[in-house]
Design a protein around this ligand. Structure first.
Ligand code: B12
Ligand code: SF4
Length: 586
């Protein structure tokens, strides 16, 4: 009898990445993940907590992180040995198209009777195509699937895995197949208007770790063991409409049927932070601009969180006034700002619907640093409308001006590509002509195939009227190279780190040219052989291409985990679990 009702599996982007020679380039440079995006969706923890409340036993297995960590980790053997009644796989980020489907295939091979459930933004967008793959049984659509998942799980557990059509047809947001292979997409009616029904404190995660005696499989991403950053969610959906974003107001309506963002109540959000601090001393990343629901909402949060001792990273979507910066500093003295204007050029920003001015950007940096912000990260992107090669490089010059002006080591600019995909549901993807884009892949299968190309340049699913894929790749490397040199000049990174990054960029550029040449000259079989021969070099050029990934990390207390607290939490929980099992209560 399986001891777990539902196991969540997170796949790598491409299942056999350890064998494949893929030059991933800078696609993951600006997130904590490895190039195979080994971070699982934060929703795994909210779904696990929600299932726990309903008496459904869950586990998490981050297969991607396991594969990154050790060559000896065999995901197929892990799947074969997993005893779960239902398998849940995320296809949230489209770059997982290959890995997620391959993992589902393995689940079906080893557990043919166990239902396979998919969810996430990309699964929702491609739900009808996805459910037609033989290894997929169900897709739960939308940005909030906790309750539909509970209903599906109860139906599956009550029927030993093959729920009745009448029952299935009543589950909101569910796409499913009937016995004849007919696809049914139930109405997407479960769209909660706030996030207050969710538990976001990771305690369920600790319980699951203790119960399964399996810490490593639960880690959100491999590097988390060195850098235990936690995520606090303020919102699902967004009121903004950045044209590249697959989670914008427009995309959210299309994918999640969401007409307005759902917010976490400010006081609950503050509680989330304090509870996370009980577990980890790592920084907390507060996802979503806390001002999105209005300044009153933001101020309620700041009042409630005042006294929080840890480091808080805050995203801002629009410029910050001096007054608000002061309020931030007062409530969260250890605050860090993440701001993504994406370009220095107002015309480019206008084209992506970021309508604030350069003065707004500069005032924001000045105000935040003045009031004591620990660090200010600024993000620029390549591959945008109206953006030429020159415009990207001018953006680096603009960063140089800013580094000169704010030169005490706290202002750090980054540049990275819009990659690997323009996201489905975004305005670029849905209205490419209007934005000057050519979208090369339209179906899930086309994206799955694209991921098997030899370099990130060939994986890109788009080019723009202003830059081809070659241009985007070349200028991204060049911008990275110049910014790297500037960071060394202004003392933001040491000379050794800068030299290593420079060397990686050189190596990546040379490899890209070499692979381009092979593609022209070789037959597919020859190409495969040549690429395999290059694999060791490709692997060495793959992480931290245009900047050193650890530049993103904040320094934090080495005693990152509150072990006594974790121990108490785990032991209490195992004891409660045992008592529940004995008394039959949940
Ligand atoms: C927060 C965020 C992040 C965080 C991730 C935090 C985390 N661990 O989840 C960070 C900053 C690290 C990040 C990174 C990336 N992100 Co991001 N991110 C977002 C953002 C701003 C919010 C996402 C959010 O609200 N999540 C909360 C809800 C919606 O999701 P959730 O709770 O995790 O999961 C729920 C559902 O999705 C679903 N679900 C998910 N998985 C599963 C699995 C099963 C079995 C089931 C049943 C349901 C289910 O149910 C969950 C619970 O209700 C969105 C933009 C937006 N406004 O939406 C972009 C967004 C999701 N990101 C995007 C991208 C592209 C990326 C990167 C690939 C970018 C890059 N090249 O580096 C990386 C991938 C990182 C990785 N996996 O390693 C795209 C995805 C588009 C797409 N369809 O692929 C978005 C839409 C933005 C954009 N540019 O278009 N991101
Ligand atoms: S990029 Fe950020 S601010 Fe813009 S629409 Fe997406 S989530 Fe909202």
């Amino acid at each position: 009898m399986p001891s777990t009702d539902l196991i969540f599996l997170h796949a790598p982007t491409v299942y056999d990445f350890r064998q494949r020679p893929t030059l991933w380039g800078p696609t993951s440079d600006l997130v904590p993940s490895e190039p195979v995006f080994d971070m699982y969706p934060v929703g795994f923890s909210t779904m696990a907590a929600y299932m726990h409340q309903a008496g459904i036993r869950t586990r998490i297995a981050n297969l991607a992180a396991g594969m990154v960590r050790s060559r000896r980790f065999d995901p197929e053997r892990f799947i074969a040995r997993s005893r779960a009644r239902v398998f849940g796989i995320d296809l949230h980020w489209l770059p997982h198209a290959h890995g997620a489907l391959a993992v589902a295939e393995l689940v079906k091979r080893h557990h043919p009777q166990a239902p396979v459930v998919f969810g996430g933004f990309s699964a929702s967008y491609f739900h009808e195509e996805l459910v037609r793959y033989p290894q997929v049984d169900y897709v739960l659509r939308g940005d909030s699937t906790e309750e539909p998942l509970r209903q599906l799980m109860e139906a599956l557990l009550a029927s030993s895995g093959s729920a009745d059509a009448a029952v299935l047809s009543r589950i909101p947001n569910l796409t499913w197949k009937d016995g004849e292979g007919g696809v049914h997409a139930n109405p997407q009616t479960y769209v909660p208007s706030n996030l207050d029904h969710l538990a976001m404190d990771y305690r369920q995660m600790v319980r699951s770790v203790v119960r399964s005696a399996d810490f490593l499989n639960h880690v959100p991403f491999d590097h988390w063991l060195d850098y235990p950053v936690m995520a606090a969610i303020t919102v699902r959906g967004c009121k903004h409409n950045c044209a590249y974003c697959g989670g914008s107001a427009y995309a959210s309506n299309l994918i999640s049927r969401r007409t307005a963002p759902a917010y976490r109540a400010p006081e609950r959000l503050a509680e989330d932070l304090f509870r996370m601090h009980e577990i980890s001393r790592g920084p907390v990343f507060i996802l979503g601009d806390i001002r999105q629901a209005g300044l009153d909402h933001a101020r309620r949060f700041l009042r409630a969180v005042k006294g929080y001792p840890g480091q808080a990273m805050l995203e801002v979507f629009e410029p910050v006034s001096r007054e608000f910066a002061e309020e931030l500093a007062d409530a969260l003295p250890n605050f860090v700002i993440e701001f993504s204007p994406e370009s220095h050029d107002p015309a480019v920003r206008q084209a992506i619907h970021k309508t604030f001015s350069n003065e707004g950007i500069e005032q924001t940096i000045e105000a935040c640093l003045d009031v004591g912000c620990r660090r200010f990260d600024l993000f620029f992107m390549t591959g945008l409308p109206k953006q030429t090669r020159q415009s990207v490089l001018d953006g680096v010059t603009y960063c140089e001006d800013l580094m000169e002006r704010f030169d005490d080591g706290r202002f750090i600019p980054f540049v990275g590509p819009l990659a690997p995909f323009v996201d489905p549901g975004s305005l670029f993807y849905e209205k490419p002509d209007q934005y000057g884009y050519t979208i090369r892949c339209r179906t899930l299968e086309e994206h799955r195939q694209a991921l098997l190309a030899p370099t990130w340049k060939h994986i890109l699913n788009y080019e723009t009227r202003w830059m081809s894929r070659d241009d985007i790749a070349a200028v991204t490397y060049e911008a990275g190279r110049r910014l790297n040199a500037l960071k060394a000049r202004f003392g933001l990174i040491d000379a050794e780190t800068a030299a290593e990054t420079e060397e990686r960029i050189d190596r990546a550029v040379a490899l890209m040219a070499q692979i381009d040449g092979l593609i022209v000259r070789c037959t597919p079989e020859e190409l495969e052989m040549e690429l395999q021969a290059l694999k060791p070099q490709i692997d060495r050029a793959n992480t931290s291409t245009v900047c050193d990934k650890t530049e993103l990390d904040l320094p934090f207390d080495l005693k990152a985990f509150n072990w006594p607290r974790l121990f108490r939490m785990g032991v209490t929980d195992v004891w409660t679990g045992l008592r529940e099992t004995v008394t039959g209560r949940t």
